[in-house]
Write a protein that binds this ligand. Structure first.
Ligand code: CA
Length: 266
């Protein structure tokens, strides 16, 4: 077995091998769980561990695998982003203080193109770091030194919540919670009253926070034919901005000059 935690080396969890350039899981993966606990799901969730302290990474890896999860590991931020895109993990445990790109940068990039659940793990126990991580889009936060059993429990809880969000159609960005099925949106301060067009625009932007949408794409995706003009989008966005600010939402609609709009958690 090669050392899975050699700094700077892409990892490849110990059960991953390369096939045609893409990692795949060996059939022995399941056997390695035998005698400990096997999950009923034939493809247990994959957890990516981004942590440069080998001892901590080893502990997390051992506890997660014992609980039945599959794991992959990297010791730097750039590789964490690459692995997030290629392996598509179900959840990422992300250290904040990482070489090559810190956890804040990794999290911000992740949130530009997806909602992979992230639990931040850091030695930084100041509230400002916790708040910053949560605002950028972390789902939970654990401070070192931690009880590894607690981390495993939090991983399971965040995965359950994320699965429930998918099933119920909930979207969350910067304290905004949108329920597609119930056609409701709220902030911590309560429900937000939106017109149908405003709701569709905000829902569309919340599905891809950080991504810029051109005005005509927003018109095509969100507005009825009678309103289908670029300047109508501008006026809906102006109204949404006002309503989000009034409701104290930690999210803002950013104008990208000459292109369109995007929604950012603040
Ligand atoms: Ca570190």
């Amino acid at each position: 077995m090669r050392d899975a935690f050699e700094p700077g080396i892409v990892l490849a969890c110990r059960d991953v091998h390369e096939t045609g350039g893409l990692p795949a899981y060996r059939s022995e993966t399941r056997k390695s769980c035998q005698g400990i606990r096997l999950l009923p799901d034939p493809s247990p969730c994959l957890i990516l561990i981004a942590e440069d302290e080998a001892q901590i990474a080893n502990i997390l890896d051992a506890y997660l695998r014992r609980a039945g999860f599959r794991t992959a590991h990297t010791a730097d931020g750039e590789t964490a982003l690459q692995l997030a895109r290629t392996l598509r993990p179900d959840l990422i445990l992300l250290d904040l203080n990482l070489p090559r790109r810190d956890g804040f940068g990794v999290l911000a990039s992740l949130r530009q193109d997806g909602h992979t659940p992230v639990i931040v793990i850091s030695a930084l126990d100041q509230d400002i770091d916790k708040l910053t991580a949560l605002r950028i889009g972390a789902d939970d936060y654990v401070t070192k030194p931690f009880n590894p059993n607690e981390v495993v429990a939090r991983v399971a809880a965040v995965l359950r919540r994320s699965l429930a969000n998918v099933e119920t159609g909930l979207l969350r960005v910067g304290g905004l919670v949108l329920n597609s099925q119930a056609h409701e949106i709220s902030t911590a301060e309560g429900p937000l009253a939106l017109t149908p067009s405003e709701f569709r625009l905000l829902e569309h932007l919340m599905r891809r926070p950080g991504r810029v949408f051109a005005r005509n794409d927003l018109v095509d995706a969100c507005l009825p034919e009678a309103e289908a003009l670029d300047r109508t989008v501008d006026s809906h966005i102006a109204n949404l901005r006002r309503k989000l600010a009034k409701a104290g939402a930690q999210a803002e609609l950013t104008t990208v000059r000459g292109v369109g709009y995007r929604l950012d958690a603040t």
